[in-house]
Ligand binder design. Structure first.
Ligand code: 3PY
Ligand code: MG
Length: 252
């Protein structure tokens, strides 16, 4: 059972933690807090498959879902992160219908998709193969990142692809693709996000957003706007914030 996917399918919200440190202890700490899911960022970090496998163990001990943000659109990578024990994939920079179809196909076993079958960790090394295989296509969460102006142009076609459970806006890439890198509150960036949000709502796909700055107010606003698959900050920023808070006012 993928509780995050069930919540999103039922029209609810699920909030996640974001792991940049590639560290299982950090993941274990965060999974013990009130996050619904934890995502390991394999796109912009040094995280490798061995680290991911340990993080899967750490997160699943708390009964939470664990997702991997892939490096790109590589079906081999999707297969491996799911084999390690991830409950879903977050696919970066999906700009076309074809890329969205590929994202779904690489997450699912035949006949729905092209994922290779094995006796990997996800199947309890084969001891649970039959059940895992039978349930996987329904359980796996597929989130496509909408983070480029081309995705705004093509959003209707992207969302018409069957099997997308959630979208996920990357505000840094989206703003960069508009020559407004990092200007998250620029009216044009906000207008693009709104177009994506409304398209998701029309298509019944859970709209997602990465609130990268560790500002609780932004999380509240995003959820009130209608985003339902929301990541809160970054583990690295939590450490920076904690250090700064403790160091503030230290007499020198
Ligand atoms: C972005 O802001 O581009 C992201 O990918 C955040 O996850
Ligand atoms: Mg991005």
């Amino acid at each position: 059972m993928n509780a995050t996917k069930e919540k999103l399918t039922a029209g609810g919200s699920a909030v996640g933690g974001w792991i940049m440190t590639a560290d299982a202890t950090v993941a274990e700490l965060m999974a013990g807090e009130a996050f619904d899911w934890i995502c390991v960022d394999m796109e912009h970090t040094a995280a490798d498959y061995a680290a991911l496998e340990h993080i899967c163990r750490a997160v699943k001990a708390s009964g939470k879902e664990v997702f991997a943000r892939l490096q790109g659109h590589d079906a081999v990578m999707a297969k491996k992160v799911l084999d390690m024990g991830c409950d879903g994939i977050i696919v970066p920079c999906v700009n076309t219908r074809e890329e969205a179809e590929r994202a779904v196909a690489m997450a699912k076993y035949p006949p729905a998709g092209i994922r290779g079958a094995s006796l990997a960790r996800c199947t309890d090394y084969g001891r649970g193969f039959a059940r895992y295989f039978a349930e996987h296509n329904d359980n796996v969460l597929v989130a496509v990142m909408l983070e480029h102006v081309d995705a705004v142009t093509n959003v209707e076609e992207i969302l018409s692809v069957e099997g997308i459970d959630a979208t996920f806006i990357g505000p840094y890439d989206l703003s960069a693709s508009m020559n407004l890198a990092g200007q998250l509150d620029h009216p044009e960036v906000r207008a693009a996000q709104n177009t994506l949000l409304q398209a998701c709502q029309r298509h019944g796909v859970a709209p997602g957003y990465h609130v990268v700055p560790t500002e609780p107010e932004r999380v509240r606003v995003s959820i009130e706007e209608g985003f339902r698959f929301v990541a809160l900050g970054l583990d690295t920023r939590f450490i920076i914030d904690g250090c700064r808070r403790m160091l503030e006012g230290v007499p020198r």
